[in-house]
Design a protein around this ligand. Structure first.
Ligand code: BEZ
Ligand code: FE
Length: 290
């Protein structure tokens, strides 16, 4: 096409796609370009703004490496990661939520009732629930990958003072589908804000905070894996998570338990917790693979 105009450029682009282009690729790329062109027209994008956008992407590339995923972070703070999650969420199961960059594979086994708190001097939190199907039947043999921040607000991969798998564990449930462990309260923390995504947050008058949460990946044969997180109802950032990860059904409550009421058996810490502690009950519902 030699007579490209601002009115026909989107159609011209579509016409340039080869006949044998994969239909799904045609649909996705075509729609992306259509919206990109419409966006530029709507805001009358200037050269300077276009240039700034390109420079932003270059900086995001420069800061990214095997551990730093600035483009994923960009997707997170724009709400795209959460939107993609929600597009594929199944209402009969527990909602999924963002994976985040701090999951590490190969977490050590954590027996049912095991302790992730180790030597940290912070109040004990007992977390338990059932991994079940949408009818409420337990799923024997399901696994639960668990990770969270230490009391200093850092994940182990961010903190040279923590062991590689500190506050990471992999639990396999028994016939009753029950998972249980003790830990400390995860704390609020900020997403990395020392790069170009942080600049965008600041320019838009946004903060980088996430409400505290426990991360879970629940998996079982014949079921869709569930990547999710649970958040306490009293967290100050619950309604302003900078990565839009909170869902109504992912909100949990810390129940204050009096001294002397810690279960006498079934936990690694049974017989060792004499003070008050906190208890959380949260069931996870997996949806069968179709
Ligand atoms: C996290 O929950 O660990 C996380 C999620 C998205 C961006 C940064 C951190
Ligand atoms: Fe997290």
């Amino acid at each position: 096409m030699r007579n490209v105009t601002r009115d026909n450029i989107t159609d011209v682009f579509m016409g340039y796609l080869g006949q044998d282009t994969d239909p799904r690729l045609r649909e996705v790329v075509g729609s992306l370009v259509k919206h990109l062109h419409a966006f530029a027209k709507e805001v009358k994008l200037t050269h300077a703004e276009w240039n700034e956008g390109i420079r932003f992407l270059e900086r995001a590339g420069e800061i990214s490496d095997a551990e730093r995923h600035e483009f994923v972070l960009l997707s997170d703070v724009l709400g795209l990661s959460s939107l993609v999650d929600m597009l594929h969420n199944r209402p009969e199961g527990t909602s999924s939520s963002v994976l985040g960059p701090f999951h590490i594979s190969g977490a050590p086994p954590l027996a049912v009732g095991g302790d992730m708190r180790r030597d940290y001097d912070a109040p004990v939190v007992l977390v338990e629930g059932v991994i079940q199907d949408p009818l409420g039947n337990p799923i024997p043999g399901a696994t639960l990958d668990i990770w969270q921040t230490a009391p200093n607000g850092l994940y182990s991969s961010q903190d040279p003072d923590q062991d590689t798998y500190s506050f990471h564990g992999l639990q396999t449930v028994g016939a009753d589908g029950r998972y249980a462990f003790t830990t400390v309260k995860p704390v609020d923390y900020t997403v990395p804000s020392d790069g170009p995504v942080g600049d965008i947050l600041r320019a838009c008058g946004r903060h980088p905070w996430r409400p505290s949460h426990l991360h879970f990946i629940a998996e079982a044969k014949g079921f869709r894996p569930l990547v999710t997180e649970v958040f306490p109802e009293d967290d100050p950032y619950l309604d302003e998570d900078t990565v839009f990860g909170v869902r109504e059904d992912l909100v949990m409550r810390y129940e204050e338990m009096p001294a002397g009421s810690f279960p006498a058996d079934g936990f690694e810490l049974s017989g060792k917790v004499t003070n008050d502690y906190l208890r959380v009950r949260f069931d996870l519902t997996l949806v069968p693979e179709t």
